[in-house]
Ligand binder design. Structure first.
Ligand code: SF4
Length: 365
């Protein structure tokens, strides 16, 4: 679907960012312009990262004027950015046209630079260890707003410096499936080949039917499942979405995904003291990993005290360091690939599960 944006002058403009290459070509054909203008504009948006139609020097003047009149290119505006002195992690806060805050985070590492992007404002899923879940849900981001995080960060941080993208910021990407899929289709195009699909990871809390749909889409991106427990009852408590799509259904879906895409699944595992770090948890996890091509990301729990959690979320404690070490050691002894995602950017509340930002009145203006 092509997005119409209402401007202050009440003229409805067509948003060209976030359209797939085919949609852009169709748009120019419908406007009785040459179809290849779609290729050119696509190249300007994603190849040259143009911020205005006026920069598009291969587009004739009369057409640029028309585009300025009837189309829109920009969607997010940067509110602020903040960089961790300790790790170099950089958090960006953007504002949408309706004054909502969107966060994206750059995570530098000696081997790669990863951009973590958001797909929703807030999140409806209420995972108990997550600050975003606690802030509630506002709306889905459009495909333009999702891809604009990549474009705006690229312009600030340096073109071609981002090597990996994870759909792991605010929100559940598979609950905003159509827009998430469109952005992946954009990254799949030859003209945006700087980021290969194999370096893009979509992370889900477990929306089993959409995992199957993504597997069948032909886009072989990597998939991460927020696992966090191998037991249905525990998962029901820490991730209420498990009551709708059970662990069993999700494990079946990720097995299918691994087979269809010939990729290895990443299981995310936030270590919670006495909740998912017991011997039974470890043994069940080992059994799973022996049955599916995968790796485990062990994540020491990051404090979400800045969100003043209540109820069950308030009770969550990080596993002790020695227990995390034992857990990881035993997994590795069983020939399981394990990464420990040591806290990055917790000093700027940009670490995993900590993203939650509200625009104050001044920033929203
Ligand atoms: S962990 Fe992900 S899916 Fe769960 S509440 Fe947070 S943002 Fe939503």
């Amino acid at each position: 679907m092509i997005e119409q944006i209402s401007t202050e002058e009440s003229v409805s403009k067509t948003m060209l960012k976030g359209l797939t290459l085919k949609e852009l070509k169709d748009f120019f054909t419908a406007a009785e312009e040459k179809r290849f203008r779609g290729d050119q504009v696509f190249e300007w948006i994603y190849g040259h990262m143009a911020a205005s139609f006026d920069e598009m020097s291969t587009i004739p003047n009369y057409l640029r004027k028309k585009l300025n009149l009837y189309c829109e290119l920009n969607t997010l505006s940067l509110v602020t950015s903040q960089q961790s002195q300790r790790t170099g992690t950089k958090k960006y806060i953007f504002k949408t046209h309706d004054d909502l805050a969107v966060e994206a985070v750059i995570i530098p590492d000696p081997k790669r630079t990863t951009l973590c992007i958001s797909t929703q404002v807030g999140c409806p899923l209420d995972c108990q260890f997550c600050a975003t879940g606690l802030m509630g849900y506002k709306r889905n981001l459009s495909s333009a707003e999702i891809i604009d995080q990549f474009l705006m960060v690229s312009r600030d941080y340096g073109k071609n410096k981002i090597s990996n993208i994870v759909y792991m910021g605010m929100g559940e990407p598979l609950l905003n499936y159509a827009n998430t899929l469109k952005t992946l289709q954009i990254f799949a195009e030859e003209k945006t080949k700087d980021i290969s699909l194999r370096r893009i990871t979509v992370s889900t809390a477990g929306i089993a039917p959409k995992i199957v749909e993504l597997a069948d889409s032909g886009l072989k991106v990597k998939l991460a499942l927020s696992l966090h427990s191998m037991f249905e009852e525990t998962r029901n408590k820490i991730m209420p979405i498990n009551k709708k799509y059970s662990l069993a259904e999700n494990l079946e879906a990720v097995r299918y995904y691994a087979k269809q895409t010939d990729t290895r699944i990443t299981f995310e595992y936030v270590m919670l003291k006495d909740i998912n770090d017991r011997t039974d948890d470890l043994n069940a996890l080992i059994r799973l990993c022996k049955s599916i091509p995968c790796k485990i990301n062990v994540i020491p729990f990051n404090s979400i005290s800045h969100m003043s959690p209540t109820g069950y979320a308030h009770e969550l404690q990080p596993s002790q360091k020695f227990r995390v070490d034992e857990f990881v050691k035993t997994l590795r002894e069983n020939d399981i690939v394990v990464m420990v995602r040591y806290t990055q950017g917790d000093d700027i509340a940009a670490a995993c599960g900590q993203l939650a930002y509200k625009l104050d009145h001044n920033e929203a203006e």
